[in-house]
Ligand binder design. Structure first.
Ligand SMILES: [Cu+2]
Length: 316
């Protein structure tokens, strides 16, 4: 009897770890803004709904195993030749259709809702920040404030942020788990992601799409501050931070990690990576930097021209 109940114990244990553990370790389930909150509701609804299905399946399984066991006393319901029950066929076709609809409607509704600024702050103008992924750093421009940062951003609390995501080289994914789900950033394209922090705080952001050696360190800080502190920071940065030179920007195009940086001008006057997807690659060529082959010097390097036994490099 106990063996039969084992799946229930396992499931119970799993669910109690999940729920008794609280949300402290599950930052996605402890969101700090309306976008994350909406996604958390959807996640919990889906988990709850699917747990209910599991419960029904396990109960039916137990009932049927006991009711139709081989050594039962009353064998009057033994019908080995039974087939073609229309009632059952309709039932087990209809139930999955209903389940799919019940999961699909809230999911699609949430996906479309999140393409717009959060409703709670619809009366507030979103602040625009472009986020550009470069192997292995994040470059942020504030086109309205005319300032630029590397690997960190300051945002005003309780105000929607419209992120314009793009990449200078590899496909990356922009993710601030406490504020909302990730979205892809691709060279030659622009994707839009709305996020918002309800209160002041510091949140971790990162690339969540593996893109090579420095992937682990392609992280950034999101500092949510008061609107007045934000305005003061933007103004101070504009007047006191150094200007971003083209030479410095081109160095940022090289593969590698970077420190946090702050500038009083943006790279948008030279290049918009959403429109010019080759900029970083051309810059590397111009500076004569050949990408490293991570598989060692003996492996064939796809980025290098082929070499003959006489060691000469030329094109045929
Ligand atoms: Cu040759």
């Amino acid at each position: 009897m106990f063996k039969r109940l084992r799946p229930f114990f396992a499931l119970g244990l799993m669910l109690s770890v999940f729920f008794l553990g609280g949300c402290s370790n599950y930052i996605v389930l402890d969101p700090k803004g309306p976008v994350g909150a909406q996604q958390k509701d959807l996640i919990l609804y889906s988990i709850g709904f699917m747990a209910l299905i599991l419960l029904v399946v396990y109960i039916l399984f137990t009932v049927i195993v006991i009711k139709y066991r081989e050594n039962r006393k009353d064998m009057s319901n033994w019908e080995p030749e039974q087939e073609g029950s229309k009632k059952l066929e309709i039932l087990w076709t209809a139930i999955p259709i209903l389940i799919t609809i019940a999961l699909a409607i809230p999911t699609i509704k949430t996906i479309y809702d999140l393409e717009k600024p959060p409703q709670a702050s619809a009366h507030k103008e979103p602040i625009v920040i472009t986020a550009t992924a470069v192997d292995w750093k994040w470059i942020f421009s504030y086109p309205e404030q005319g300032i630029e940062t590397v690997n960190y951003i300051n945002i005003p609390e309780d105000r929607p942020v419209e992120f314009k995501l793009t990449s200078a080289d590899s496909m990356s994914s922009f993710w601030v788990p406490e504020l909302g789900g990730q979205k892809y950033a691709m060279p030659g394209m622009e994707t839009t992601l709305y996020l918002q922090a309800d209160h002041k705080g510091k949140f971790a952001g990162r690339n969540s799409n593996f893109n090579g050696e420095g992937f682990t360190h392609q992280i950034f800080d999101v500092n949510s501050v008061s609107q007045s502190d934000f305005d003061k920071w933007a103004k101070d940065t504009k007047s006191k931070a150094p200007e971003l030179s083209k030479k410095q920007y081109d160095q940022l195009m090289l593969q590698g990690e970077a420190k946090k940086m702050t500038f009083s001008s943006t790279h948008l006057k030279w290049v918009d990576h959403a429109k010019d997807r080759d900029y970083a690659v051309k810059t590397r060529e111009r500076l004569g930097v050949v990408p490293q082959n991570p598989h060692g010097s003996k492996a064939k390097d796809a980025n290098k021209p082929e070499q003959d036994s006489h060691g000469e490099s030329h094109s045929h």
